[in-house]
Structure formats: structure tokens, C-alpha cells
Design a protein around this ligand. Structure first.
Ligand code: ADP
Ligand code: MG
Length: 708
């Protein structure tokens, strides 16, 4: 905890602005000091009314010529002032008697507000005013993000107070060795390179001198801004590198690749050969597992790139050593699907060894669950597949060596930590899988402590999915197209959008679509077509039953809300219709599209969009849809998604718990990111004390999250 004020604990004693401060997370002096302005006002000079153009914000000292209440068209205070160059009428629609007094005829006042020119002369509506003649400030006035009940003036004082207090307590003493600072935080002074110190930068950003280039402040290229960004990025790199080094001191089971073992046997029974990428990644994972320190690896690969096999091979290696493996997936459908596949592949190999695959899920019957728990506890279950149920307290492993998390971004930090804690003696190896490839800058910053393996190749024999944009006015043509696919023995997904904040509406919409398609596709005389429905309100058992029919091929069309989003694998499905595609996020669309094109048949994805009331799509919606048509490369999609949405949403920050970057912007600051990445190991090795202080200052208690 940095050396600064402790928050007051007496809740009742808080005033309204104090409560608002707390709500904004501005509890400690250091938090206030780091609450930087989002813009500035120049109050360092007086202007002349006669120079002001329509819409200009001016500051003038003026004399009140008249002050009266008018009732037309509604009650208002009308004040006419003269600053020596021109006159202006002030209008106040709400005012107190003491304000009226301050604006009495003959008084000199300092006014600040927006001037509207006009036929009737200049006017200002609700300008701010004070007594004229006070000394002008010599720095720009900061404007801070605030909230209801927290006046800007109060916030300014609080921030300044926090800044002074935190500085005095030494909270901003420099922790980065001067010679290691990047060029962009320096300015040159008589040919000498001079870095901006942290404290100096903060004072400057809160109160910049009027000669500064506002452009440099706004685009954050000013050395003071660069200093803050550098500090922040370095903290992120340091804490992750430290977490990684700490992990490297832990012990994990050291596995061996045995000739004729499970790993080799599994390779023998797979109905296909591995792709080169699968080979390479499998090797990377095997190398990790053969070391006595815990693996912490992210396996990223586009939808359909074949991550499951890679996971199964890793599991085989672990099980071969007599250890247990856990595989956790975010939804029951997905877990079920893994389970089925893994059983097919692994159960025949495990049976001769007297081992089994166990299944754990929230919706399980008590009896089955008890049975499964016993299998896990005794070690008879070599592999445990399931949902969040896998990390529940009652689940006791005998010897967990490898934990695999599918769609890792769907899980929170706490859940990853819980899984790691399942090993009594040492740590399990962790393999996290993701179908959302992480753009390079994100991987370098937020995932710096992870080793990353990438499946950059799809299994052969897939025909690329053709993506089409279709206005929803052409629904009938689409139904024709569906008929055609069905007549070829193919299957079709129809995805309905999630209507934000209204699960009920969401449901109605899906139900209606379901009814409509059932009717349209079942004309008398023709062969009946089964149309299924899947939505979030169904019980897991019902979902499972519906899904099973689609998987078996009995069902031609599956109407669904986004529950099918992750990992469902039905190679015979060749057409996906996404209704209201404009409402989906880019990554989500890409994931959905990945459900088709899994077999050899030519597949298509139809993005059906509806324009808003103005008959147009929003700019970002258009950007997303265009990206979908232009590329099917998951990395390219992820990059564009990051551009459109920024890292916060991309990472699902609320879930990850990792503190997000506040000052740095990965799309702009990749040079600083590189700098931080290179400096972090040097700091830890050569300046461990400074490194520690640096992490403490920037992350405080939050750095624990990074260890998950
Ligand atoms: P994802 O990476 O999206 O999880 P899956 O593991 O579900 O992908 O694999 C997608 C499909 O590709 C599955 O049907 C799987 O059996 C198949 N598959 C995986 N690897 C290969 C391969 N090397 N050759 C052919 N098919 C493969
Ligand atoms: Mg998958």
C-alpha cells in the first residue's frame, strides 16, 4: 500500500461530493492525483466581446448596465453588461436572490461562457461569474470527468489536494533509472536530453502552462503524457514478468513421453493425420510438460483449427504418467461435446489400464454426481471433463497434473486460480485455449506472462465459407436457399440476436422465427423438415436433447439464440443465417461463422441486417459487417475488433479482473510497449528494489490478479 491517506471509514460523515468521489474510485490521495483532466479551459486571459464570434467561449470583465426579471416568454433574469468593447445580454432561467444581488447594476463582474451572436445582439446563457479584477491564473484550468453531485470546482480542489499530499509523502518519487527512460519522455534543453520526472509530469498535466501545444496534450504525445504511459506499461510488464518468475519456482509433475504410451496410441487411433501446426504446437506443449515447473500456456487457434485434439494429446501424455487431467469448458453443450469426442478417442485406450473418463456438471443428478466424485477422488477417473462444476470444493483430485481450460476468456481469474489450487502438492500444468486470437500488442501487454502457441493452419479439405450481406427485406429468397440446402441433405443454423437487457424479447423473437420457418419449410406434400429451437431459458437437459437431434442429423434447421456461440461441431451444417447481424460484435460473428465450413461441403454464412429508423446502418456496424465479408482470417478479425472496440471490451475486463491500461493506448504506444518489455527483466535483475516500488505504486493490491 502506497504511503498515503487511508480512506475514512466513517460512512455517515461523508458529504454528497465525498460520496461521489468514492463512487468514482477516488479514495486515496494517489487516486485523486492520477485522475487526469480530459480537457482544459484557458482562463489565463481576458477577451474582448467585440472580437468574439458566434459560439466562442469568452472570459471578460464587464460592468452591469441593467438587471431585471422578465416573464416573457418565461421567468428569467436578464442582465445587460458592457466590457468596454461591446454589450451582451445574459440570461438565467434559474437563479437565487444572492446571484441577482451579485449582478446588481454598476457591479463589475468576471464572466465566462459561450457567446451567441444574433440579430438581437450578443447573448450568453447561464455564464459563470465572479467578482471582476481577480488575478488571472497562470496555468490552464483542468476539466475532469465527474458525476452527479460532484461539482467541477470541488473536484478540482480535491484533485489538487490529493496531488500535493501524495507528492509530499513521496508517492511519485522516480523509480525508473534516468538513463533507461525512452526518448519520448525527454525534452532537449540547451542540447542536453532532459527527462520529465513523474511528479513534474503530473503537476504539469493538471496545470499546464498556457504556452503548451494543446494538440500535444490532446493526442498525448507530450513528454509528460509519455512519462505516465511509460510508467504504466512498465508496471504491467514488471508485474507479469515477476508472476512468471515466481511461477517458475513452483513445482509441477515432470512428465515423460513414453514409447508405446497413451500419447502414441492416441495418435494411432485418430481418424486423421495432424496438421503441421498441430504437430508443432503439440511439441511445444510436450516440451513444457516434460519440465518440472508448471506450464502456463495459451493455445490460440481460429475456430475449427483443431484445438481439441491437441488438448487430448496433452492429456494423454499426462495420463500416461498415472496422473489426472481436468478439462473445463464454459457451457454444458460444449463440455458435453468434448466429453463425447474424448470418450470416443480415449476410453478404449484407458479401459485396459483400469481408468475412466468422468463427467461433472451442475445439472447432474445427485446419484451420478456422487459416483463421479468418487471416481475423481480415487484416481480411477484419469480424465475429468465438465463445466464450472469441475472447480467446486467437493471435487478432490488424487493427482491432478494438467488442467485444460477451453474458451479461457469465458472464465474469470478466480476460476483459474481455483483450478490451480486443486493440486495439493505443487501446481498443475495449465493449458488455456482460445478461439479468439489475441492481436500481437494485446498478447505482449496483457498476456505477457503467458507462453503462447498458435494454430495458424486449418485442417485440410475445408472449403472456405462464403459470406454474404443481405438486407432483411430479402427473407423469402433466403428461405428458398435453405430449402435448397436441405434438399442436398445439408443442415442449417439460424441465429437470432440477443436483445440487450431483454431476455424475454430475445426469446419471443427466436420463438417467432422458429414458428415462421417451421411453417415455411413444411409445405404440404413435401418431406417434413424438423426445425429445432435452442435458447438460454431452456434447461440444460432440454438444450442437450435439442442439440443431440441436430448433431445426429435428424433436425434440418436449428433456430437458436447465441447459445451455440462456442465450439459446437456439426460438420454437415453448411449454411448459417445470422439475423440482425448488425447487432453482434465482430469476434462473435466470426465465432458463429466458424460453426459452418467444418466439413468438405461448400458453406455459406448469410449476414442479414436491418437498417435503423433512419434507413442506415451505424458506422461501426457497417465496419464490422464489411470486415466479415472481406476476411475470414481470425487474426485480422481480432485486430480490427481491437481497433473498433478497444482492449477493455476485447478482454472482457470485468471478468479478467486485471487492471486495464488507463493512460497508454496499445494502438498508439507500441514503441513504448516494446521499451517496457525490454526494460522489465533488466529492472528485476539490476534494480529489484526500484522494481518492487514501481509495481506497488501502480498496481498496489491488484497485482495478485496477474498471477492467475
Ligand atoms: P476448435 O479449434 O475450433 O476447437 P475442433 O477441435 O473442434 O476445433 O476441430 C474442428 C474439427 O476438425 C473437428 O471435427 C475435428 O475432429 C477436426 N479435426 C481436427 N484436427 C484435424 C486434422 N488434422 N485433420 C482433419 N480434421 C481435423
Ligand atoms: Mg473448440
Amino acid at each position: 500500500m502506497p504511503a498515503d491517506v487511508k480512506p475514512s471509514t466513517d460512512r455517515k460523515a461523508l458529504s454528497a461530493p465525498q460520496k461521489a468521489l468514492r463512487k468514482l474510485g477516488l479514495d486515496r490521495a494517489i487516486d485523486l492525483a492520477l485522475h487526469l483532466p480530459f480537457r482544459y479551459e484557458d482562463e489565463t486571459q481576458l477577451s474582448r466581446l467585440s472580437d468574439a464570434r458566434d459560439g466562442d467561449t469568452v472570459q471578460i470583465d464587464a460592468t452591469v448596465l441593467s438587471c431585471e426579471i422578465s416573464y416573457k416568454p418565461r421567468r428569467q433574469l436578464l442582465v445587460v453588461v458592457d466590457d468596454g468593447s461591446d454589450t451582451c445580454t445574459l440570461r438565467f432561467f434559474s437563479f437565487y436572490p444572492n446571484q441577482q444581488k451579485a449582478l446588481a447594476v454598476g457591479n463589475r463582474v468576471r464572466l465566462r461562457g459561450e457567446v451567441r451572436g444574433g440579430f438581437m445582439g450578443r447573448t450568453m446563457v447561464h455564464p459563470s461569474f465572479s467578482v471582476a479584477g481577480a488575478a488571472l491564473p497562470n496555468a490552464l484550468t483542468p476539466v475532469y470527468a465527474t458525476s452527479a453531485g460532484l461539482p467541477q470546482a470541488y473536484l478540482r480542489k480535491a484533485v489538487h489536494g490529493g496531488l500535493v499530499q501524495a507528492s509530499r509523502s513521496g508517492a511519485f518519487s522516480d523509480t525508473i533509472p534516468e538513463h533507461a527512460l525512452p526518448l519520448s519522455v525527454c525534452h532537449s534543453n540547451a542540447g542536453q536530453r532532459q527527462p520529465w520526472r513523474l511528479e513534474q509530469s503530473l503537476y504539469f498535466l493538471h496545470h499546464p502552462t498556457p504556452d503548451v501545444s494543446l494538440a500535444q496534450l490532446e493526442d498525448r504525445t507530450h513528454p509528460a503524457w509519455q512519462r505516465l504511459k511509460a510508467e504504466e506499461l512498465l508496471a504491467q510488464q514488471l508485474s507479469q514478468l515477476q508472476a512468471k518468475r515466481e511461477r517458475d519456482l513452483l513445482k509441477a509433475p515432470q512428465l515423460t513421453l513414453r514409447q508405446g504410451g497413451l500419447h502414441e496410441q492416441l495418435l494411432g487411433v485418430l481418424p486423421f493425420g495432424l496438421t503441421r501446426a498441430q504437430h508443432r504446437v503439440g511439441e511445444e506443449i510436450a516440451q513444457d510438460l516434460m519440465r518440472p515447473v508448471p506450464m502456463h500456456r495459451l493455445l490460440q487457434g481460429d475456430v475449427g483449427s483443431g484445438k481439441t485434439v491437441v488438448a487430448a494429446l496433452a492429456a494423454a501424455l499426462a495420463m500416461d504418467g498415472g496422473f489426472q487431467c481436468a478439462l473445463m469448458a464454459p457451457t454444458e453443450i460444449l463440455a458435453e461435446q468434448h466429453f463425447r469426442k474424448l470418450i470416443d478417442w480415449l476410453e478404449p485406450l484407458l479401459t485396459p489400464l483400469g481408468k475412466r473418463v468422468a463427467w461433472l456438471t451442475g445439472s447432474q443428478k445427485k446419484k451420478e454426481r456422487t459416483e463421479m466424485l468418487a471416481l475423481v477422488a480415487s484416481g480411477e477417473a484419469a480424465l475429468v471433463v465438465g463445466t464450472h462444476a469441475v472447480i467446486q470444493e467437493q471435487v478432490q483430485f488424487q493427482q491432478l497434473a494438467l488442467a485444460i481450460i477451453d474458451e479461457q476468456h469465458r472464465f474469470g481469474v478466480a476460476q483459474r486460480l481455483a483450478l490451480r489450487a486443486k493440486m495439493h502438492d505443487g501446481e498443475p500444468h495449465m493449458l488455456m485455449m482460445s478461439a479468439t486470437p489475441i492481436p500481437r500488442t494485446l498478447a505482449m501487454s496483457y498476456y505477457a506472462d503467458l507462453d503462447v502457441s498458435t494454430l495458424d493452419e486449418l485442417p485440410p479439405g475445408r472449403t472456405p465459407v462464403v459470406t454474404k450481406l443481405v438486407s432483411d427485406a430479402r427473407r423469402d429468397e433466403l428461405i428458398e436457399r435453405i430449402r435448397h440446402q436441405l434438399s442436398q441433405g445439408r443442415q442449417v443454423y439460424w441465429v437470432c440476436p440477443l436483445i440487450e437487457e431483454s431476455e424475454a424479447l430475445d426469446l419471443t423473437n427466436a420463438t417467432q422465427t422458429h414458428a415462421l420457418l417451421s411453417q415455411a419449410l413444411n409445405s404440404p406434400g413435401a418431406a417434413p423438415v424438423k426445425v429445432g429451437l435452442l435458447h438460454s431459458r431452456m434447461t440444460p437437459a432440454d438444450k442437450k436433447a435439442e442439440m443431440a437431434q441436430f448433431v445426429s442429423g435428424d433436425m434440418g434447421v436449428l433456430v437458436s439464440t447465441t447459445v451455440i456461440e462456442v465450439g459446437v461441431d456439426v460438420p454437415n451444417a453448411s449454411l448459417m443465417v445470422i439475423e440482425h447481424a448488425e447487432r453482434f460484435g465482430l469476434s462473435q460473428l466470426h465465432q458463429l461463422r466458424g460453426r459452418v465450413g467444418r466439413g468438405a461441403a461448400a458453406s455459406a454464412c448469410v449476414l442479414m441486417y436491418a437498417t435503423g429508423e433512419n434507413g442506415r446502418l451505424s458506422e461501426t456496424a457497417r465496419e464490422r459487417l464489411r470486415a466479415m465479408v472481406e476476411t475470414s482470417d481470425g487474426f485480422e478479425i481480432a485486430r480490427r475488433d481491437l481497433e473498433i472496440r478497444g482492449p477493455g471490451e476485447f478482454l472482457g475486463a470485468r471478468q479478467s479482473g486485471a487492471p486495464l491500461l488507463r493512460f497508454a493506448d496499445l494502438t498508439q504506444d507500441s514503441a513504448l510497449l516494446e521499451w517496457a518489455r525490454e526494460l522489465a527483466p533488466v529492472m528485476l535483475d539490476q534494480y529489484p528494489e526500484l522494481a518492487k516500488r514501481h509495481i506497488e505504486r501502480w498496481l498496489g493490491g491488484k497485482s495478485d490478479f496477474l498471477k492467475a
